[in-house]
Design a protein around this ligand. Sequence first.
Ligand code: ZN
Length: 267
Amino acid sequence: MKKVFISADIEGTTFTMNWDETMPGRHDYERSRQQMTNEVIAAAEGAHAAGADLVVIRDAHGPGINIYPEQLPEYTELIRGWGRDPLGMVEGIDNTFDAIFFVGYHNAAGLDGNVLSHTISGSTVQSITVNGEIASEFLIYSYTAAYYGVPSVLLTGDKELCDTGKKNYPGLVTVAVKEGTGGRSKGISPSLACKKIRSAAAEALQQDLNRAKITLPESFHIELTYKDHAKAYTKSFYPGARLLKPNCIGFDTDDWYEVNRFLTFVI
Ligand SMILES: [Zn+2]
């Protein structure tokens, strides 16, 4: 009896590489959402094969209505839309889950490795650092999962993100489905991506999940640099935040949940 949470994004699926392909109603979006659905199903199938009897999938891209619900297996539940609570891309997670998978994830704002690198909001955020390191959405939300004692065991997306993730998470199994260089993207075959994700998901869940847990740092220093300096000025009035540079605010806490709350209100 295992219960798995999947947080799914679209910019780290195998071929999606421009913003139109990620937005409902725009050119080639339907192809991207089908591939996102396929990669999520592959991860769920791998989890099921390794003993998961419930897989809760959080559609965590854009409006949260990308994955085709009618294609999902019976042992899954799908979270759509946004409650806009501080848990963001892992809204719905709690301490009852045995593991979390991150599928279709992408590199952070300020880094190469994915044509669509960004963090939480491509239009607002220049970069976010946590204790001096550039933080990706994977880092932020895997910390949130760790806050609830849930280990991050699978990460699929671009190679640079996968390589960074592997360094810090002892039990993380990764599948690099694409590589980005500047505005260019090279992806593996969509069907091969699903095959690799299916077997990696099973492998990830079969390990000793306790050993895959990470210990969160004791304190957190966050720096958020905005694309617009005027926004930094306004958001510097968030309780506990301060203006570090005209376009950058800082925030310190020893409680990761407060970082989630901060990010929800200042982005
Ligand atoms: Zn996204």
